[in-house]
Design a protein around this ligand. Structure first.
Ligand SMILES: *Cc1c(COP(=O)(O)O)cnc(C)c1O
Length: 587
């Protein structure tokens, strides 16, 4: 039996609070499980890990994704191919005794769930329920509904969202757990509001609804949006909605104003039924309020789970100098007091670990004493992975005068994203052409949790240059900051809050176009970063310490989950029964 199966299910609920049910299409549960694609899943996993550490009464729902998010292969020319990573939940996880059924496209689909326990630092458990339709009584098509994360077409996606939102809400009900908060992490789970509405009415979609029923559902729901541009929001056509969700439910959604211009918008649906909504950085909250001017949208800036993303040498260093950081990440502010030599030694170890993995993976030997930049994220075009190569000669000259420069890349393109794949190819081609003795560039295949942890801890500067305003928050730079690694980034997402010039990193200035922003990036490297790195490691160590103190202490999920708990889940004004729809933000 696995560790998971041995542990009894002892989930305790405090009577005055009930529990929070958290819904996310993807969750980075464990480095060995292929149940996530990128930032959204990592955030969900880090949220649950911190909720477990903090003792928040929470359970979570996601899909099993039996075929896994894909493994990336890159040929020498930079062409990406994809391979699924199948896994079987039954090998390691216990199954829940309850099941539920759903009507999808005139079929009845049975849903079961597997349980994975996230165990916090003090033993508090946050169970994750992985929904699964791979059952004999389901049709071959339906058995595959919980196979592919972000695979298939929009028909498949809508069916998955029924399983996640409605299936999850019903399984929770069947377990007899009393959830009084339903947290939708992005619009994928918005259909849970329909399931709640129906259980409020005590029946199916045919019952008439009153404002009281809507208010009762609203009272339970909170919603986090992650998408700063309209095109990114999940939408389904009226025809699809009628066919897959059914005529009566569609008519209900229409009456509720959730079908606009012939499309069902999941963000609109989630907002319609939530008493509280938020964006994931201050700027993103502002952008979201402009997109949805009728709604009150607060901001809770994202974070990362510190013990998950800190290198072991840094953890040991923090344990020696400020052991309370594990209980409360705010104590990281005292990183200022750590002797410089010790910070440098811990970072050198993390860098060594990265370089040794790079040598294993690519056969290339990078130097521990050369300034090393890191750039890794989903290869979407707006992230502009090729921006550093805008003027290859200038980059090479810079490397020459700096006495060497190393750049470590990583990132997958979504299988259907041809422009994203082209960017990967361009980076790898240019890197091959440019690789001179003083400029070493590697592109690591299959960027994932483990590589992300090694890279953010082991490079010297973390680079991020998305096109504004596409980055809702971004979290990889937060992982770097915890490890004392400063960022060089566009002022978008979290970096607007995190950047203190020369203290936690550097801003790439806004420009008219890509070229102007690339030139700002070069200028920062030439006139700020390289000179500082060459001025002696004492100064660099001070920068590392201020990065940990200012940003490591704040951009973590320990702080973030506390904010969700008091601002969203259980605000005092709600417990005291004060108007819960009051403005939750300052305009
Ligand atoms: C942290 C992380 C992300 C998210 O990083 P961004 O800065 O939002 O791009 C994506 N993928 C992996 C593997 C990560 O660890």
């Amino acid at each position: 039996m696995s560790e998971q199966q041995k542990r009894p299910f002892t989930y305790e609920v405090t009577p005055e609070t009930g529990i929070v049910a958290y819904f996310s299409m993807e969750i980075a549960i464990d480095p060995k499980l292929p149940t996530y694609s990128g930032g959204l899943g990592v955030l969900a996993g880090d949220t649950l890990r911190s909720a477990a550490d903090l003792g928040v009464p929470m359970v979570a729902f996601t899909l099993a994704h039996r075929q896994g998010y894909f493994q990336q292969h890159l040929d020498p020319n930079g062409n990406q191919s994809e391979q699924s990573q199948p896994w079987n939940p039954a090998d390691t996880l216990p199954e829940l005794s309850v099941r539920t059924t759903l009507a999808i496209e005139d079929r009845i689909v049975t849903v079961r769930a597997w349980r994975y326990d996230v165990v916090g630092r003090y033993g508090h458990v946050v169970p994750i329920f992985l929904l699964d339709t791979d059952l004999e009584e389901n049709s071959a098509w339906d058995r595959g509904l919980t196979d592919h994360l972000y695979g298939g077409d929009s028909n498949y996606r809508l069916q998955q969202e029924i399983v996640l939102g409605m299936g999850g809400a019903r399984i929770l009900n069947a377990m007899g757990l009393n959830a009084n908060v339903y947290h939708m992490n992005e619009g994928h789970a918005a259909l849970l509001t329909l399931a709640l509405l129906e259980s409020e009415l005590g029946g199916g979609p045919e019952f008439p609804i009153s404002n009281t029923d809507i208010a009762a559902v609203q009272q339970k729901c909170v919603f986090t949006t992650h998408t700063p541009v309209p095109a990114g929001h999940d939408r389904f056509s009226l025809e699809q909605t009628i066919r897959i969700l059914g005529g009566e439910r569609t008519a209900r959604l229409e009456k509720l104003g959730c079908i606009v211009d012939g499309t069902l918008n999941m963000t609109t649906l989630a907002l319609r039924f939530s008493r509280y909504a938020n964006g994931v950085a201050l700027k993103h909250g502002e952008v979201s309020r402009q997109m949805f001017p009728k709604d009150k949208i607060d901001s809770i800036t994202n974070g990362v789970h510190a013990p998950t993303w800190l290198s072991e040498p840094m953890q040991n260093l923090f344990d020696a100098h400020m052991p309370a950081w594990r209980r409360d990440n705010l104590y990281l502010r005292n990183a200022i007091e750590i002797p410089e030599a010790e910070v440098l030694a811990a970072h050198a170890q993390a860098k060594e670990a990265l370089l040794s993995e790079i040598a294993t993976l690519t056969g290339k030997a990078l130097s521990p004493n050369v300034l090393t930049l890191g750039f890794a994220r989903r290869a979407a075009t707006y992230k502009r992975a090729d921006l550093l190569f805008t003027d290859p000669e200038r980059l090479a000259a810079m490397a020459q005068s700096a006495g060497g420069l190393q750049i470590v890349y990583g990132g997958k393109a979504h299988p259907q994203d041809q422009p994203g794949k082209t960017i990967i190819r361009k980076v790898i081609e240019t890197a091959a052409k440019l690789s001179i003795d003083t400029l070493r560039i590697v592109y690591l295949e299959n960027y994932n949790w483990e590589l992300g942890a090694l890279m953010t801890a082991g490079v010297d500067v973390w680079v991020n240059n998305p096109r504004r305003p596409y980055e809702a928050s971004g979290t990889s730079g937060m992982k770097a900051a915890l490890n004392g690694v400063p960022s060089l980034s566009i002022l978008d997402g979290w970096w607007i809050e995190g950047c203190i010039e020369g203290v936690t990193g550097w801003a790439i200035e806004d420009g008219e176009d890509d070229i102007a922003e690339a030139f700002s990036l070069y200028r920062k490297l030439e006139s700020s970063i390289i000179p500082l790195y060459r001025s002696g490691m004492q100064h660099w160590a001070q920068l590392m310490k201020t990065t940990i103190a200012f940003n490591g202490s704040f951009f973590n999920t320990n702080r973030m989950v506390k904010q969700y708990t008091r601002n969203a889940y259980y605000p005092v004004r709600l417990l005291k029964n004060v108007d819960v729809r009051e403005a939750a933000y300052t305009a």
